[in-house]
Design a protein around this ligand. Structure first.
Ligand code: GUN
Length: 276
C-alpha cells in the first residue's frame, strides 16, 4: 500500500459499484441540492456532486437561492422538497450565508430524505445504534482509514474539529473497531499533546497548515478533511510537505477526503431510494 491514500481511486471504485447497483436493481434515485449564495467553493462542490450523480445515474435537481434569501424562503423550498414524491434525497450545501440559522434549516428537513445524515434525529439514531444509516462524511473518512489495511484495535485517534456533533459519527465508527477516540477543538490548550499521542489523526478544523510536523506521532495515519484556499491553491489543515515524512499513511488535498464524501453521498442517495 502506497503511503499516499488515494481518495480519487477509491471513490472511482465505489462509484462503479453504485452505478452497477442502480442498473441491476432498476432504481431511480433522485437528489435535490439547495445551494444558497455565491460562495465559489460551494458552487464548485455542487458541480462535482452534479457530475458524479449524472455519471452513476442519480437524478440531480439543483435549487439555487440568492445570497440574501430569507429564512422563510429557504424553509419554503425545504418544505416543498419534503413533500415532493419525485425527490428521495435532499442536501443543503453548507456553509449557509451567516444570516441564516443552519441548525433550524437542517431541522426542517424530512429526516427520511436527509442524505448527509446531519439531522439531529439521524445522528442520534446512528449513535444509539437504532439505524445503520452512516453520515457520508463519516463513512468516507472511515473507508479511507480502512483502506490502509492497518489493524485498528487498541489504537488512539484524535479528531481536531470546531464542531463536535458532525464528527461524533466518525468517533463511533472508530470506537466500534476498538479505537479510543477523542474530539478536540483547535483552540484547546493541550491540542499539540492530544495530536501527538494519536495513531490516527483526523483534522477538520479548516485552518491551513495548522497541523505541523511536531504535532504528529511517528507512523501515524493522517486524514486531512480541511479544504482551505491559500491564494490560488487549495490546501488542507495539514502542513503536508513536512508531515509527509513522519506519517505512515496520509491523505492529500485535493484528492483525499473530498472525492470520498461525494462517493458516499451517492451511496446514501441510493440507500434512501432503496428504502422508499
Ligand atoms: N459542505 C462541505 N461539505 C459538505 C457536505 O458533505 N455536505 C453539505 N451539505 N455541505 C457540505
Amino acid at each position: 500500500m502506497d503511503k499516499i491514500i488515494d481518495g480519487r481511486a477509491l471513490a472511482e471504485k465505489i462509484r462503479q459499484e453504485i452505478k452497477e447497483e442502480i442498473h441491476k436493481k432498476n432504481l431511480r434515485p433522485s437528489l435535490a441540492v439547495i445551494l444558497i449564495g455565491n460562495d465559489p467553493a460551494s458552487h464548485l462542490y455542487v458541480s462535482l456532486k452534479k457530475r458524479a450523480c449524472q455519471e452513476v445515474g442519480v437524478d440531480f435537481h439543483e435549487y439555487l437561492l440568492a445570497e440574501n434569501s430569507s429564512e422563510e424562503e429557504v424553509l419554503t423550498v425545504v418544505d416543498f422538497l419534503n413533500k415532493d414524491e419525485q425527490v428521495n434525497a435532499i442536501l443543503i450545501q453548507l456553509p449557509l450565508p451567516k444570516h441564516l440559522d443552519t441548525d433550524k434549516i437542517i431541522l426542517a428537513m424530512d429526516p427520511k430524505k436527509d442524505v448527509d445524515g446531519f439531522h439531529p434525529q439521524n445522528i442520534n439514531n446512528f449513535l444509539s445504534k437504532q439505524s445503520d444509516f452512516v453520515p457520508g462524511l463519516a463513512l468516507g473518512i472511515y473507508k479511507l482509514i480502512e483502506s490502509t489495511g492497518e489493524n485498528l484495535a487498541n489504537k488512539k485517534a484524535t479528531i481536531v474539529a470546531k464542531s463536535n456533533i458532525l464528527y461524533q459519527p466518525v468517533a463511533k465508527l472508530l470506537n466500534d473497531q476498538g479505537v479510543t477516540t477523542t474530539i478536540v477543538h483547535p483552540g484547546d490548550k493541550d491540542i499539540s499533546d492530544r495530536c501527538r499521542e494519536a495513531d490516527i489523526l483526523i483534522s477538520a478544523c479548516g485552518k491551513a497548515f495548522f497541523i505541523t510536523e511536531d504535532m504528529v506521532k511517528e507512523d501515524a495515519i493522517v486524514i486531512d478533511v480541511g479544504t482551505n484556499q491559500v491564494g490560488e491553491s487549495t490546501v488542507g489543515d495539514v502542513d503536508y510537505s513536512t508531515v509527509f515524512a513522519k506519517a505512515k499513511f496520509i491523505t492529500p488535498v485535493p484528492g483525499g477526503v473530498g472525492p470520498m464524501t461525494v462517493a458516499m453521498l451517492l451511496y446514501n442517495a441510493v440507500k434512501l431510494a432503496s428504502q422508499n
